[in-house]
Design a protein around this ligand. Structure first.
Ligand code: SF4
Ligand code: SF4
Length: 472
């Protein structure tokens, strides 16, 4: 029985409700009256229900796809402006006891090189990342209570926050680790993490169980209810996502929105971010083994639909995707991307030899962070290294209230420009510096509040004499 407020995974992600939704979408996907109504609702920035979004996803009429894309671009522009937040993944350990058939870290893969960073190696990685200019990382680790217990993760977080480089430091550590208990989430919260992210992989229970044949992750309910425990543990910024390609995209798209609706209904705040990973090749993994590959045009539609369905939720696209797809995603709704990423353990300090491969997946976008920054500037975006909200306690419902009030642009815009300015002074190549400087001069005028605009200009001036880390 479907119940959005239930604490049970199989009730808030009801299989029957997903099947009913897909049947309803099929029956109504060319109903122009309904399609117009749904788009009109989305245009009020109030989001869409999973049923409404499913109808648009199913709709084969090209003019409605065009209308959807136009609306997604408009919503993206109004809420997020030109700003794109940058981050990098940091792999701590690839020891894992689980059996996920789509991941090369699965316990039975004897070919992959197993590595776990020591605290000195964590420091080395952070020195390499901060030398590139990064201020935000998301830490990643396999699930292994012996090699990577929670204490190890907590120690790494401490090490990351205490590592200082000449010009800067990591100011926000997001965490992507296995589902755990409320008590563990409390400890992560106390350690000062930003967002806790856990991908559902697929919401289809039967398929989920087949894809996770052994290990603690094989428990569908425990995994699906993880975000509830995280919220109960005090973490109010959570990030969700499915791995497109594992299950039919229609099913997982509906499940994903139902998950967001559940969090909103029970905790008053939906997910902070939604990621859109697609399965890609890796050691021991052949994408052709999976029958549900999502073609580019459908993938773009999914991005646009998530944007209009959850307008205030940040959207993330990683270096799994090519520069071309990332450019399309940015226009349709993506607000955060990774840059200069290494998906191997210890890969920032030292590039791995092919025979020593510990990477989780092959990156499509292999450009350096500076190349990504330069590219974003050329596309007309403002690359941002902002971490202000989390550091000033604007998380969960406090963040959402600010975002929905429309006042977020008075924070995001100056913070983006000031952190970009820091990047240009401390890390950028000469070309990036020149392009970025022009963008900053241009964009300072777009800060709506005059007092904040003047303050931002003053802070940027103060940076010339070496002062750093200003934010609103
Ligand atoms: Fe382990 Fe995560 Fe890979 Fe599964 S997806 S094998 S849990 S690292
Ligand atoms: Fe994100 Fe807040 Fe910074 Fe805006 S001000 S970019 S919402 S951290």
């Amino acid at each position: 029985m479907y119940n959005v407020k239930s604490s049970k995974a199989e009730e808030f992600i009801s299989h029957e409700e997903i099947l009913d939704t897909l049947a309803y979408a099929k029956a109504n996907c060319e109903n122009r009256g309904l399609l117009d109504q749904i788009l009109a609702k989305a245009a009020t920035y109030k989001g869409l229900t999973h049923r409404e979004a499913a109808v648009l996803l199913e709709c084969p009429l090209p003019e409605y796809k065009d209308k959807l894309f136009t609306l997604a671009k408009e919503i993206k522009n109004t809420i997020y402006g030109d700003r794109i937040v940058l981050f990098a993944p940091l792999y701590l350990s690839n020891y894992c006891v689980n059996g996920c058939v789509y991941c090369p870290y699965h316990a039975k893969n004897r070919d992959i090189s197993r590595k776990k960073l020591t605290q000195q190696q964590v420091r080395d990685e952070i020195m390499a990342l901060t030398a590139m200019g990064h201020k935000r990382v998301v830490i990643e680790a396999g699930e292994d209570p012996i090699n990577n217990p929670l204490e190890y993760i907590l120690e790494c977080i401490k090490t990351i926050y205490s590592t200082k480089n000449k010009h800067g430091e990591i100011r926000r550590v997001n965490v992507n680790i296995a589902a755990c208990e409320v008590e563990d989430y409390k400890k992560l919260h106390e350690a000062g993490i930003g967002t806790y992210t856990l991908f559902q992989e697929t919401y289809n229970k039967e398929n989920y169980e087949a894809l996770h044949p052994h290990g603690p992750k094989s428990n569908y309910a425990y995994h699906t209810e993880a975000m509830d425990r995280a919220m109960q543990g005090g973490i109010d910024d959570v990030g969700i996502g499915v791995l497109y390609g594992l299950e039919h995209y229609r099913y997982d798209f509906v499940g994903l929105l139902m998950h967001a609706e559940h969090l909103e209904a029970v905790y008053g705040v939906g997910p902070h971010t939604i990621s859109v990973p697609r399965i890609c090749p890796a050691d021991d993994i052949d994408v052709n083994d999976f029958n549900n590959a999502v073609p580019d045009d459908i993938f773009e539609k999914i991005v646009a639909l998530i944007r209009v369905s959850t307008p205030y939720t940040g959207m993330i696209m990683s270096t799994r995707e090519s520069a071309t797809m990332r450019a399309k995603g940015l226009a349709l709704g993506i607000s955060q991307i990774s840059g200069g990423s290494r998906t191997s353990v210890g890969g920032y300090k030292e590039e791995e030899l092919p025979e020593d491969n510990s990477a989780q997946f092959d990156t499509s976008d292999r450009r350096t962070l500076d190349e990504v920054v330069e590219w974003l500037l050329e596309l007309g975006y403002v690359p941002s290294f902002c971490t202000a909200c989390y550091r000033s306690g604007r998380t969960g419902d406090r963040f959402m209230a600010l975002a929905k009030s429309g006042q977020i642009s008075n924070c995001c815009q100056p913070n983006a420009l000031m952190t970009l300015n820091e990047y240009l002074i401390d890390y950028a190549s000469d070309t990036t510096k020149a392009t970025g400087q022009a963008v900053i001069d241009n964009q300072l005028g777009a800060i709506p509040n005059e007092v904040i605009k003047d303050k931002a200009k003053q802070y940027i001036k103060q940076m010339e004499s070496g002062e750093r880390d200003f934010n609103f």
